[in-house]
Design a protein around this ligand. Sequence first.
Ligand code: CAO
Length: 541
Amino acid sequence: MISVTVPELGDASDVEVIELCVKPGDRVAVDDPLIVIESDKASLEVPAPQAGVVRALSVAIGDRCQEGDVIAELETEDTAVDEAPAAAVDEAPAAAVQREPTTAEALAPAASASTTVLEVTVPELGDAAEVVVVDLMVAAGDTVELDQGLLALESDKATMEVPAPQAGRVLELCLAIGDAVTDGALVARLEVAGAASPAPAATEAPAAPAQAPIPAAAASVSAEEAPAPAAGAPVSAEGDGGAIYAGPAVRRLARELGVTLAGVTGSGSRGRITKEDLKAHVKTQITAPASQAAGGGAIPPIPPVDFERFGPVRLEPISRMMRAGAANLHRSWLNIPHVTQHDEADITALESFRKSLKDDPAAGGIKVTPLAFILKAVAGALKAYPRVGGSFHADGEHYVLKDFIHIGIAVDTPEGLIVPVLRDVDQKGVLALSEEIVSLSERARARNLKPDELRGGCFSVSSLGAIGGTGFTPIINPPEVAILGVAKLRKAPLWTGEGFEPRDVLPLSLSYDHRAINGAEAGRFMTHLCHLLADVRRLML
Ligand code: CAO
């Protein structure tokens, strides 16, 4: 553990703490700012002299301090290992626990070291840019088995566990409940016996990352960054020449976000801009009425309403999943020219066969709903009309045709809508698809889907058939270009050529991206789909 003190202040005798950049428990790299202090002439960040974990902050905002005053206690990489649980020290030769091995040592044959420290990181998160820690399943000092969950993460779509890549002892858990993390964030340090097995790269312990040489590109970026103004130096000005009070970390963040600090109002003393000010500014810009941001063609905002004027109201939080879903739907609706093609399939024969499966031992008691047949028929129609399962290429010059048929199903959950994907639907039977629908929808409702189960779809099906309705216009799930809405099956009189017969009629609505699919193709796709559903024996051809 080392004590971090206020550095030499030049002319200034005492300074005020105006910002805390970290909190106890935070992991910092060398030179990460810990606090910001301000004299009457300038502000200055006090950086971490070494990489480590902040164990305590000895100052609060508004405190006045002087050169040499302790501002924080930092557990550095070395001291963290020194203070490893006694049992670990007992069981392992001192050399193995006194310091972390380098990558080379960690990967060396077992004979060279009796223990190795593995850094477990957040695995690839797929579409989820950021996830939140919702459960800590172990504590420092715990012994863990291979694949035992260390902690649980939750995105707006699913919950997942980060498992131990090897059996061992948890030296340190580096995250706390509520922390928002991204791919590669450090989860835990694990002491494992012997040399590290060649685990996936993400879980291998790199040699103290903060000490790794900075690649040339990174070095040139940091050279461009404004240096921390020394105490007593004038506060640097930005853009318009006016004085802008902001530390290097805030300036760096502003550059990353493309924000000109001149437009940001600072809430710190003497108008100093904090990270919170910057984030609030960006949020305001994003949520600002489009008419202000985008000029004449923008969408006029819906004016806010004070509902309490009309009676008592209650506020209910909107789930993360619901918010993410709303953003996706809005983005799709605004970007994609939707057209919806309606049709009806005569599924009398399909229904009679499906109902017969209830008592058929061959079905093994599996619950079979019309949806499994619909997926199978959609797969057949996608084979015949592959453009409907395609996507625009990001280069804007190509269309992607896929040699696989993965189909998403919209599942209604208490937290919001979620679309797990069934893979290779064309290669599976109706019973296997039925089992998968039940499994995916149950796990979607338990928020227990893996990221891989939520991506890769070519097409989606949204079934409201169990609920009701005669038709609806579903919203496309990009990068897909089409989605099928299924409404409630009904008995209807159909003309057979000789008279009317009561038939089972299934209303279907295909919303498609008119840039990708023209109306004639959509019409043919739907006609073919209805044809397949009318006699599912055709799926075997
Ligand atoms: N017409 C009439 N009855 C239907 C039907 C239809 N089109 N589709 C299903 N049913 C029946 C089923 O056969 C079942 O009855 P039985 O048990 O007597 O056979 C009953 O309705 C319940 O079905 P289910 O909902 O349990 O199963 P499913 O396979 O049809 O659907 C799932 C699964 C996950 C898609 C569904 O539960 C769900 O979440 N639907 C909502 C999707 C949604 O919200 N879409 C709107 C998104 S906005 O575009």
